[in-house]
Structures are given as structure tokens and as C-alpha cells.
Write a protein of this length. Sequence first.
Length: 256
Amino acid sequence: MKRLLALLLLAVAPAFGQGLPPPIPTYDPTVEQTYTVTQPQTPLQNINQNSIGIPLTLYDDGSTFQPIDLQFDFYFFGSLFDSVYISQNGFISFTSNANGCCSGNELPFLSNNSYYNLNNSIFAMWSDLADFNNPGNPYYKSTGNSFTVGWYGIEELGSASQNCAFNFLGLPLFCNPVGPNTFNFEISLFSDNSFSINYGSFNYNNQTGRTFTSGFQGDTATEFTQFYWGNNPSSLQNTTYFVQSSEIVPISTAPD
């Protein structure tokens, strides 16, 4: 009887394991790397125009299931990567295809849950974004020296409403549409290990209370820079954050 029970347990164990999320790998830095942030005036590349960029059409809460290859190696907080995941919700990640639904969080935001792991990510407008009216977002363009992801006219989900005037009976006399809130922004990686977050024009007229996050983080509590976190991202409009990497210095190891 005991032997039969053991065989049954062995038979069903894989079935339970198949539903578990994969373990989160640990990325140990191989080089020393720091960052310097400046704010140059930089126009958007608008890679959604003239067939410059490749549309991903992720609609609502979508993210790329497989990473997209870079044409160069890229060091981020001392760890080496050669591909990225892209989320419709306004960010890219080097290690996770989590979509980050449904609102931006204050950095650092580190999680051991594979379904909500946003370690090693760059956030331009992390929130709840969608594109049903103008499918295509986000777009990406890859070259040997740079990799750019762009979101254009992307909407904050559920931000459209009606502003109505009512008569004494409480019936609407007329209504004016408000929103939706829309944004234009890009994230660019460069082959010298620097990167930029670049914002264009916004149409932000209907504050919903949903929060937005701009910044970047590695996979430890000290590896992060937050540019913005709050529920009115208007201050980001037409700004650029250029993040220059230090010289890459291999971490010395003691001889055996």
C-alpha cells in the first residue's frame, strides 16, 4: 500500500508543478557601474511615423511574451543583458514580462512574485495604459547603436468621461466629453550603456487618482532612481532624462 501511495504522489507531482511560476533568477553584477542624470532638451523620434518603427499592438495590459533582442550588449546596474521585454503599461524590463497592472508604484518596488516582478526595469510612464482606438502601440526601432521604444497617443485606461449640466429635475441638459488622458513618450537604450526617457506632449485633463511612475531600478533596494511618482504626471511633459553610464570597470575577484 505504501509503495502504491508513493507511486501516486510521483505521478501527480509534475501536474502541480506545472502551474507554479518559474523561479526568479539572481543577477549578480559583473562590473562596477554608476549613473549621472542630466535633462537636455530632446525632441521625440516619433518612430510610429513613416514605417520607421515596428508596431507591437499590445492593446490593454499587454507585454511581449518573449524578449526582443538588442543588437548590442547592454550593462544595467553592472549586469549584462542583450534583450528586453516591453509592456504596454509604459516601461521595459530586462528580466520579466510582467505587465505591471494597474497603477505605478513608488520605487524601489521589488517583488519575489514572478507575476509582478519588475526588477531591472526602466519606467517612463508606469500606470494602466491602453490603446484600443489607434492600435500599434508600442513601437520599437533597433539599430547597432540604439534601441528605442515609443508610445504615441497612448491612453490612460478609463480616463474618458462626460462633464454634464443638469436641470432642476436632475436631467442632463448637455454633456461635454472630457479626456481620455493621452501621452507621448519614448525610452532609448544606447550601445555605450546610457539610456534616456523622453516625453512629448500630453493631453491630461481628467485626473483619475491613478498613480504614475518614472525612473529606473535594478534588483536591490539601493539600485534605483525615481524621477516622479504621483497622480498628476503633467510635470513630465516635454522633458528628457538622459542617464549617462560610468565607465565599465570589471569587478576584481580575489585569487583562489
